[in-house]
Design a protein around this ligand. Structure first.
Ligand SMILES: *Cc1c(COP(=O)(O)O)cnc(C)c1O
Length: 368
């Protein structure tokens, strides 16, 4: 089976993790801070706060921004549901905004009409490792007096105008799940340039403990969202090869683009001069005349794992029940949910695998 993704784990990382397991020092040692420092340098940010998952990162960011019951938070309607779930768990209400089918990110022109006096923040998702139109979003948020939180869970290394996604807003959140650019098994990160927010994030992830002036106090009803030492050691090794992994994926994406260019019933991922996509997912949109689910089943029969790319939040039971959302309210999100297809990409694949997957797709589309 050609898998969608496969984590790339090097021998030095395995040795490091085993050393930590032998040492017995699993939490709150120097590896987590060393991983954070490496990420601060890679992303050119003042503060990187490692945590238990991308979902934990989003939850912590919303708590640190003081988002609470009675607030509304704007989210793109097409994303992995953790984005909206974090808003709900912070006690706020999720206000969905449709995406564009061009970049699968929030439609900037649709944001303003969803803003009310209750709006507490805008969450921007850099979907599939493609940056949203972050400059326009920041300008709009600024004019409305709103803060932007970036869900860059799939976008570590992604760039907009030469700057890293996740570093534009008040805070940026990342995931180190095995399907993301680098992995620590489970893991996440919040970045910010704000010193006070960084302090608050560090306290909130660690039971609300503040250690200032050598004196321990509990400033918040915090959580335990810490990362372990062996996860951080794995992360340090992963981060050292991220650029190599990104370059491989960009090359594979170009190979797919070329092989699929003549196929008029699919749309390949967009290319923008001022954005560097990192292809966490190589996501295509197939024409309405094609049954996407049947295509996934046919791929599977051919030994190729494919899947839908992300969910339309408006189509999910919890959100339909709570808000009365329906598929028609967010046509682009619903279409991407129904007609989007993720193809395998990553270091586990050779050029001939990419060619085989592209040829299989072309063959399958002819028979539908
Ligand atoms: C993966 C992902 C998350 C959740 O990250 P976890 O580490 O799995 O909790 C959140 N948002 C987006 C856009 C994601 O792709």
């Amino acid at each position: 089976m050609l898998k969608l993704t496969r984590p790339r784990i090097q021998e030095d990382a395995i040795t490091k993790v085993v050393e930590i397991l032998r040492s017995g020092n699993f939490v709150q040692g120097h590896n987590v801070r060393a991983f954070e420092e490496a990420l601060e340098e890679y992303l050119s940010v003042r503060h990187a706060v490692a945590c238990a998952s991308g979902t934990a990162a989003l939850h912590l960011a919303l708590l640190a921004a003081d988002i609470h019951e009675g607030d509304e938070v704007i989210c793109p309607a097409f994303t992995f549901p953790a984005t909206a779930n974090a808003v709900e768990r912070a006690g706020a209400d999720t206000v969905l905004v449709d995406i564009t089918l061009n970049d699968f990110c929030i439609d900037v022109s649709e944001i303003e009409k969803s803003v009310t006096e209750k709006t507490g923040a805008i969450i921007v998702v850099h979907e599939f490792g493609q940056s949203a139109e972050i400059d326009k979003i920041l300008a709009l948020a600024d004019s409305l007096g709103l803060e932007v939180i970036e869900d860059a869970a799939c976008a570590l290394g992604t760039e907009y105008n030469g700057l890293k996604a996740g570093t534009f807003g008040l805070m940026g959140c990342f995931s180190f799940h095995p399907r993301k650019a680098i992995t620590t098994g489970e893991g996440g990160l919040i970045v910010t340039d704000d010193d006070d927010l960084a302090c608050k994030l560090r306290a909130l992830r660690n039971h609300g403990i503040s250690l200032e002036d050598g004196h321990q106090d509990f400033l918040y009803a915090g959580l335990n969202y810490r990362m372990t030492e062996f996860q951080a050691a794995l992360g340090i090794s992963q981060l050292a090869m991220i650029e190599d992994s990104i370059v491989t994926k960009i090359r594979q994406a170009e190979r797919y683009d070329k092989a699929l260019i003549a196929t008029d019933v699919i749309r390949t991922p967009p290319l923008f001069n001022n954005r560097r996509a990192t292809y966490q997912t190589y996501h295509i949109l197939v024409d309405d005349i094609i049954d996407r689910n049947k295509l996934i089943a046919s791929f599977k029969a051919a030994g190729i794992e494919t899947n839908l790319g992300a969910q339309a939040i408006n189509c999910l039971t919890y959100y339909r029940h709570k808000y009365g959302y329906d598929p028609d309210g967010f046509p682009n999100a619903t279409k991407a949910y129904q007609q989007g297809l993720a193809l395998p990409i990553g270091n586990h694949l050779k050029d001939e695998d990419i060619d085989f997957i592209a040829e299989t797709l072309i063959k399958l589309l002819k028979n539908i």
